[in-house]
Design a protein around this ligand. Sequence first.
Ligand code: PAF
Length: 287
Amino acid sequence: MKLVHDAPALAAALAEQDGRRAVVMTMGALHDGHLSLVTHARQRADHVVVTVFVNPLQFGAHEDLDQYPRDLPGDLAALAPVLHTDDVVYAPSVREMYPDGPPQVQVAAGPVGDVLEGAVRPGHFDGVLTVVLKLLARTRPDVAVFGAKDAQQVALVRAMVHDLDLGVSVVEAPTVREHDGLARSSRNAYLSPDDRERATGLWRALSAGREAAEAGADAPEVVVAARTVLTEAVDAVDYVSLVDARFLPLAAGAHGPARLVVAARLGTTRLIDNTELVLGPVVDRSR
Ligand code: PAF
């Protein structure tokens, strides 16, 4: 793999690649979930670019920007077995990405940027989309792979790519889970042993919601089933909600594919997760 830190070195490394290119954008602290994104990228392209950048624009004033884990040598060691010689790791500094400070022109995520994660983290998705747009411009990929755990982020990246005609294919790769269902996340490292145990409540809540849907529950009943399990497990529930593919809330009588999304706090750690399910009348296959 080639490690580059600035735009000219990145452009030179990309010039040596031919064929299709896929990008995996990360904030480092890489785990199996990120490595699986690289595997999905590899299946869709000849070359992979992994970006490692903790983006200050997407952190609120009281969030964990300073504490966010940074370990580039560890990230490179994790990537070594899955990257090829002419794949690229782009790890810019804040100054390299934002030489004049926060950019004057930034992407506005629109109404979906203000709900759920966006309601709890105002401005977060504007910051995410701004850096994603800059990284797309610098890496010029055919495909960009994002993890399904951050499903609202994927929906907004898709909306940006569609609305601004960016001409890149956005792929949502499935969430990688621990043996007990907890979604892999860099923030899991913050959990105390007790909080780690209780964090399984997110996946148990999603499973309860999905089982309720499979048994014919309507949207409000699915939300109640999930919320009941989650409330018992965690310190605070930020939200339990059913949304459509664009992340707009579903009406009470909605039928068809939906996504159940949850966010909760354990101690000082905030975790999110989601699952897809289908709302609708139970089909009696015995007849
Ligand atoms: O999902 C993340 O890690 C970040 O939001 C991303 C896409 C790398 C942008 O900073």
